[in-house]
Design a protein around this ligand. Sequence first.
Ligand code: KG4
Ligand code: ZN
Length: 331
Amino acid sequence: MTILGIESSCDDTSAAILKEGKILSNCIANQTIHELYGGVVPEVASRAHQINILPVVETALNQAGINKKDLDAIAFTRGPGLMGSLLVGVSFAKALALGLNIPLIEVNHMQAHVLAHFIDDPKPQLPFLCLTVSGGHTQIVLVKDYLEMQVIGQTLDDAAGEAFDKIGKLLNLGYPAGPIVDRLAKLGTPRFAFPEPQIAELDFSFSGLKTAVLYFLKDQIKQDEDFMKNNLNDVCASVQARIVSILMNKLKKAAEQTGIREVAIAGGVSANSALRQALHDTGEQLGWNTYIPAFQYCTDNAAMIAMAAYFKYQQGLFATQDVTPTARYTF
Ligand code: KG4
Ligand code: ZN
């Protein structure tokens, strides 16, 4: 069984080939143009997807050594995401499936981030907990089965990746700022104590942290106009340490409440070195088995879409030609 997966929910155009449950290729075209604007511009993203999608799909087929006539299904991200970006992937997938007369499989992007854990070994045992942290979402997911998941905690305002990016903007870093904060934090010490929000249950909040950093910087710069220049690495280390502690404290609470010791992280922010280290250390301390996807399967990619489609194919869960993208897609 050979599946072509297509991902176009935000600013990366990606295509992947999966054969008999194994990923043969995973091709990604990044859109660097958004760096100019300090964030993703939806209309620009949508037009870039239109330019990129055909060469990206052709490259994925070529790298895998697969002819499109050998495909058994076409999978695509239906949502959540930017409507204009999703439309490109959905329309392309529908047209190709119609032309080849093969089934279509629609995939929830957030479920796919979780299912990225089944691409490589070691794979989590069901049921497991997955902290899915990206630019648009922050969720603790109770994964009961491959396609049976429940969100048991989520952010009430900004997502963790958004917090990295927005605070990075205050620090005049480029976009996306998450990886830059990660790099600079390695050179600094977390000596500034930003507040930890007190949010009930397993939910998160990150907008207060952004405001706290804004006022902290204003205050410090008033006293010393070179504060940013001389303390950037320490500010990055402090911000990162707080974001990681907020995430890990809720994850620990979720593990305690559910009694589950199989614990995973997924999504773009799971590429963060401090979060990866914290999960590993907490796992050792509390006797969890911990899982982190390979770096290339943390940020947006089509391999995870093809992987999710593999489970849907086995259950005969196909979409019809009247399927439409959905910007908000819960599960
Ligand atoms: O999952 P993803 O690629 O796209 C969405 O679905 O949003 O996540 C992108 C987010 C961005 O906010 C980016 O800054 C963040 O992941 N990110 C990181 C790191 N790498 C990517 N945040 C912190 N540290 C990193 N190393
Ligand atoms: Zn994502």
